[in-house]
Design a binder for this molecule. Sequence first.
Ligand SMILES: Nc1ncnc2c1ncn2[C@@H]1O[C@H](COP(=O)(O)OP(=O)(O)OP(=O)(O)O)[C@@H](O)[C@H]1O
Length: 887
Amino acid sequence: MSKKKNTPMMEQYLSIKKSHQDAILFYRMGDFYEMFLEDAQKAASILEISLTSRNKNDTDPIPMCGVPFRAADNYIAKLIENGCKVAVCEQMEDASATKGLVKREVVRVITPGMILTEELLDKKSNNFLLALSKTRDVCGIAYLDISTGTFKTTQVESRQSKIPEQLIDEALKVDPKEILLPSNFKTDPVYKHIRQAFYGRQITYLDKTDFSLEEAKERLLDKFKTRSLEGFGAENLHASICAAGAILSYVQNTQMQDTKHIFQIIPYDLKNFLVIDDRSCKNLEILTNIQTLNKKGTLIHVLDRTVTAMGSRLIKNWVRYPLIDKNKIQQRLDCIEELTRAAHIHQLIINHLKSVYDLERLGGKISMGQGNARDLIALKNSLKKLPILFKELSLFQSPLLNGKNFEERETILSELNALAALIEKAIRDDATHVLNEGGLINDGYSPELDELLLISRDGKSWIAKAEATEKEKTKLSSLKIKYNRVFGYFIEVSKAQAVSVPDHYIRKQTLVNAERYITDEMKQVESTILNAQDKRNAMEYKIFCTIRDKIVSKATLILKTADFIATVDVLQGLALVASENSYTKPFINEKNLICIEDGRHPVVEKLIKGERYVPNSIEIDDIENQTLLITGPNMAGKSTVLRQVALTILMAQMGSFVPAQKASVCIVDRIFTRVGALDNLSSGQSTFMVEMEETANIINNATNNSLVILDEIGRGTSTYDGMSIAWAVAEYLHDLNNKGVKTLFATHYHELIKLEQIKPRIKNFNIAVKEFNDNIVFLRRLVQGGTNKSYGIQVAKLAGVPDIVINNAKQILSGIEKKNETDALKQPPKETKTKGKKKNKKDDDQLDLFGNNEQSIKKMLEKIDISSITPLEAINLLNDLKQKASN
Ligand SMILES: Nc1ncnc2c1ncn2[C@@H]1O[C@H](COP(=O)(O)OP(=O)(O)OP(=O)(O)O)[C@@H](O)[C@H]1O
């Protein structure tokens, strides 16, 4: 049976669809976007709209569904949320003026990483598209937010075939909505770890040539109209260039538009920021609450008091990229200090900022030819606020606030003023977002347009008057002048009076109760009106586009201003948080000292109910207090103290005041955490495996300038294994390069407090509690010295565990304690020596850990060269020791 020939329209559809196989094709037909075949089936089920079919009576009907073009954004949003891409295909000709098939083209492809529509974007977050590339000895990422034009890149050296963890971590930190990878990453086993790391995210594989160095560089040069990438500091960043080039190729293939707002690429070096890896960021609940996965109960929730969307996005960046350059940190701190001292001006600034719209996204949208009249009005209103805002800001000393280091400030201001004046003159304040129905341009802006307006208004008033005149002339009381899309204007007369209509009335339609007529004169006027209206609509659209183009030519200035305003907004927000919460300006020292007096946890202090937050002081140095070993009962507040130190350092390095009475902090290069908050079961790892991976990461990467937070490591396995690992890790960090690492170590393994006697820079602390009767009161105070009680049973009681279980637990505990005491009495006294340290009773206690095989264990220990042993060897050795001890 021969296959039925497709209609010309279906042929056109199929040929367009051929180039957009991976997207749902929105095919414009009049006021609807139609979808056909598999696209229709998929979209109908996601959008929950009815699936119909074209050529219903055919043996082979074509599934179809459609959505009104005016409501398309919401439907597109839903498809994107469900991981689809959407290719928007428009009619490129006026259907009424075309004979035969209208020309159609795909005008843009919307993917999760290529979104411009406000409804689809989160105001407070960037929407990044990220590309990852690998050359022979470097790997790089580049990422672009097309809605704002932010385009950044970084690369790291790597001679291995695998992509380094550091770069994957950075990519995750960027939190891209879509990732571009070279096609060979799809199946090559070498890149399995990449696929795992990005599991659950939208990955698009591009041809390898999109990443090729030469073509990528060519694309960048062409985009920025430069002869080299020297000016951006990216000339020799080969992996960065490949990734950035792949992004541009994707943008060109999906957007089919100029992208003037992407006017630069910003390379950065990871070494210039305090590194907080993705897991630590999650563990410390910096951006996301671990339980609820939303913002409440996070550091950003406390710190973000910005009033513009631009500021809100920037503060996230500051939190994720704290600085390590003392001067830059100091600059930000000085600004906050000034703002907190000038409460009145601060408030004025907040008020002005509140009326500034999202200049970044407006600039982006307008540059991509998608800005409507409402966007232009929002831009105008924001630009009009600038002079007064800049005037208030000029009163400050700090360059970040007074804008003195904001390049060409005066020129930019005057150009943007002129732009605001132009929009004000041209665009009507009541213009709607529809661009082809007139009502956009003010009277008096264009004499030509005014003339057309006059004709169409005159015509309309003739029609308005005509009803009265005709009624008067014909004496027909039921006569009305009406309008519909089929006949245009017409006269309607009731059936009863139809016999009396004048002869020159031409009958057009008979209804049950009425007759409809037209007259030659009426049709002439109507054609003048409609002609004038069509011409006017077209002319208004043309004028609008000219103005929009003028704005596009100033996109760079708008974006530079947006950047400045975002910075001011973040600083004013931090100043507000500082004043409201009595934060203090940290002193940045160069003595490797962290000294926090009466510090608080910025989030917990806001969340606790019915209890006052008890501040704690803490001092960490490189001399005696380098590893603080914190013991104490469950629920006492160990984790809170640990996290509060990490967050205080982070806040200080992002340039914020800190929650303390007084603080002097040094700059750290990385904050590591192992706090056991996160399982990673979905990626196939056990809780203990995750714990050990995090520990390995710390051991392999911590430097003498890092801050390490370890909360109960080793608890995910048997007591002795866990304790041995915890012990070995504490020693390793203490001994690192003979200098050690600043470490806060909370543990329930009370045996570890003996380390204070063995290692010179380890100090014991505990969180005090008060006992009375059989209960405990948490004092929340960090005090010096170790403790050997966990009060686990009392805490279980507080938590509501029934008495029957509590009493049984107490009996079991008492039995175990008694047995330990008897076993201890049975042990013969031991003679041991500890290298470089005087033997004392505590050293004996340490070896008690290992039972009877004392001599051979001692030999094994003596053979260890602490300075050269690797972490893995240490753990293996511990395992051997443990087996010996249990034999
Ligand atoms: N300094 C403080 N002032 C007031 N309340 C505090 C303080 N520190 C902690 N808390 C409260 O105590 C609760 C328990 O603290 P945290 O989780 O730090 O205890 P922990 O000692 O780590 O417990 P566990 O050993 O069981 O993990 C916190 O959720 C908080 O509500």
